[in-house]
Design a protein around this ligand. Structure first.
Ligand code: CP
Ligand code: NVA
Length: 321
């Protein structure tokens, strides 16, 4: 079927995959809530949905379904990719900003979870405390997706893995993380362990990935090598990945952190001919120079785009579509 512009407007409402979510309502609070097989399934769905979209094929796999999106912090990519992703899947997303709902101030998190479950089919939440998404998940009767907490950013990792797999078959890549060992890094550590990516993490003293996350990575595959030396970390790498030094909610620590991260900036010299990844938003002149970010080595816009496809794969997986 095609419209007057010749675009193929026929619909595809099923997806070829090996696994359906097992065990009732499934949440995605961090990457290792999926098994290795399920992670590959989500990424395969993402690739298939990306191709369908690029071919102009409609793919209303979640027709009539709604996603509630709770945001305690600002967002560009997460908000827009989830909202447009739901629209492309034939569903609908409801934005719930910090001043829109009672979460955490007018009513307990568990009450919000139970009420929302009576309206929506999926919940995505961006909170400060990781314990808040855990509480949402334990009281919600629908899947809860972590859209970033102070500890984890698993949706970012899905997009990162998709971006790496598009360039390195079978994830055969060596990645150097240079920067803060907090949320984005911690989820990436788990994702790298689950896909056998060779990862080295360089952080300043005091900003390491937690031992708890390193232990989980070791159980999933291999824990990354760790160092405080950015140059040593990037030496044998194909990809350099960084994130802001001042995360949302850390503005009061700005002066101290700028001092602590001295020497960790990604410059064209440190980058060399390696790919540059960044979850964005970027603070040019802090963790990365404008020249590095604007160079041909940067694949950050592909990462940003892949948030859309990866999350569509995730939502269809969690919904059993
Ligand atoms: N990378 C990421 O989560 O970006 P936003 O804060 O814009 O959602
Ligand atoms: N570490 C950053 C990631 C933003 C997507 C933050 O928490 O603000």
């Amino acid at each position: 079927m095609s419209d007057e512009t010749g675009t193929d407007t026929s619909t595809e409402t099923s997806i070829d995959t090996d696994t359906a979510p097992a065990g009732g309502v499934r949440n995605f609070l961090d990457v290792d809530d999926l098994s290795r097989e399920e992670l590959h399934d989500v990424l395969t769905r993402a690739t298939e949905l990306k191709e369908r979209q690029q071919r102009g094929k409609l793919h209303p796999l979640l027709e009539g379904q709604s996603l509630g999106m709770i945001f305690e912090k600002p967002s560009t990519r997460t908000r827009v990719s989830f909202e447009t992703g739901m629209t492309q899947l034939g569903g609908h997303a409801v934005f719930l900003g910090p001043d829109d709902i009672h979460l955490g101030h007018g009513e307990p998190v568990k009450d919000t979870a139970r009420a929302l479950s009576r309206y929506v089919d999926l919940v995505m939440a961006r909170t400060f405390d990781h314990s808040d998404v855990e509480e949402l998940a334990s009281y919600a009767e629908v899947p809860v997706i972590n859209g970033l907490t102070d500890d984890a950013h698993p949706c970012q990792t899905l997009a990162d893995l998709l971006t790496i797999r598009e360039r390195f078959e079978e994830f055969d890549a060596s990645v150097a993380w240079v920067g803060d060992g907090n949320n984005v890094c911690q989820s990436f550590v788990l994702g790298a362990a689950m896909t056998d990516i060779d990862l080295t993490v360089a952080t300043p003293d005091g900003y390491e990935v937690t031992d708890e996350v390193l232990d989980r990575a070791a159980e999933l595959g291999e824990a990354p090598e760790t160092t405080t030396d950015p140059e040593a970390a990037v030496a044998d790498s194909d990809v350099v990945y960084t994130d802001v030094w001042i995360s949302m909610g850390q503005e009061e620590r700005r002066a101290t952190k700028l001092e602590d991260f001295d020497g960790f900036q990604i410059t064209p010299e440190l980058l060399g001919d390696r790919y540059l990844m960044h979850c964005l938003p970027a603070h040019r002149g802090e963790e990365v120079t404008d020249a590095a970010l604007e160079s041909e080595n940067a694949i950050v816009w592909d990462q940003a785009e892949n948030r859309l496809h990866a999350q569509k794969g995730l939502m269809t997986f969690l919904s059993g579509a």
